[in-house]
Ligand binder design. Structure first.
Ligand SMILES: NC(=O)c1ccc[n+]([C@@H]2O[C@H](COP(=O)([O-])OP(=O)(O)OC[C@H]3O[C@@H](n4cnc5c(N)ncnc54)[C@H](OP(=O)(O)O)[C@@H]3O)[C@@H](O)[C@H]2O)c1
Length: 238
């Protein structure tokens, strides 16, 4: 039986992915801050779920909490980092930017470092992160969100290079969603908003195929291509 850890499994994409993994025969270690959501997952799948309350901003606790989950699972094949926040910050309030950076960069780097070192020690594994199409360009209203997602995209490429040079069978998948119907996708001007179960099914398929980069849903690949070449003069009018 395969074993996975999902960090940020209490709602949205991470929760839906955890359920798909269970339906496909995995045991799953789930984490996030909301203990009541973790308990409800455990109630639904008592034999398949192991819970660990975790705040990724508390980087010093990530390693021991992940190690504890591995003990409970009895091994580890896949780590999915789906914890993330983003907030509009038109007034450039530093406390908001700091909060986003602590989750999307500090927590992300600490958790992915732990996963890669674990996989290197055992000689195999698969790291998956949910970044965003937002990471391809800047955003004047939520600068930290797009910038932290750009960091994740670049960092994941670095981890993939690191893994390839290690000679082990370690895979790194960068998942770049457009809009997915979760608590995070709020505000006006949203389009092509994917149901969360459809997004999670496409992500699971990409995991099975060990894709390096995947746009979710698939049509967002086109937007990704356009964003990369969009002149700044047009970007500032959007
Ligand atoms: N929805 C979209 O349109 C969209 C588009 C592109 C990318 N994404 C990315 O997809 C990922 C998942 O987001 P979602 O859409 O599924 O939204 P969501 O429902 O709000 O899920 C976010 C998850 O992150 C966890 N989390 C947040 N802060 C945390 C912390 N400090 N420590 C541990 N866990 C934390 C939350 O759990 P707790 O609150 O229980 O801690 C929750 O499980 C995010 O990285 C997001 O940037 C989403």
């Amino acid at each position: 039986m395969k074993k996975a850890i999902v960090i940020g499994a209490t709602s949205g994409i991470g929760k839906s992915l955890s359920e798909i993994l269970i339906q496909n025969g995995y045991s799953v270690g789930v984490s996030g801050r909301r203990t009541e959501m973790l308990a409800s997952l455990k109630d639904q799948y008592p034999d398949k779920i192991y819970c660990q309350q975790m705040d990724v901003q508390d980087a010093s606790s990530i390693e021991s909490k992940c190690n504890e989950l591995v003990q409970q699972l009895g091994g580890l094949d896949v780590v999915i980092f789906s914890a993330g926040i983003g907030e509009e910050n038109k007034l450039l309030d530093f406390s908001i930017e700091n909060n986003v950076i602590k989750t999307n960069i500090l927590g992300f780097v600490c958790a992915t470092n732990w996963a890669m070192n674990f996989f290197k020690k055992q000689g195999h594994g698969h790291l998956v992160n949910i970044s965003s199409i937002a990471g391809l360009r800047g955003n004047g209203e939520a600068p930290s969100y797009n910038a932290t997602k750009a960091f994740q995209i670049n960092y994941l490429e670095g981890l993939r290079l690191h893994a390839d040079k290690s000679g082990h069978s370690i895979y790194v998948t960068d998942v770049r969603p457009g809009f997915v119907n979760t608590d995070m996708a709020k505000g006006e001007g949203l389009f092509w908003v994917a149901p969360v179960d459809k997004a999670a099914a496409q992500i699971y398929s990409a995991i099975k195929r060990k894709k390096k980069v995947v746009y979710i849903t698939k049509r967002w690949r086109l937007i990704g291509l356009l964003l990369k070449i969009l002149p700044y003069s047009i970007l500032k009018k959007l």
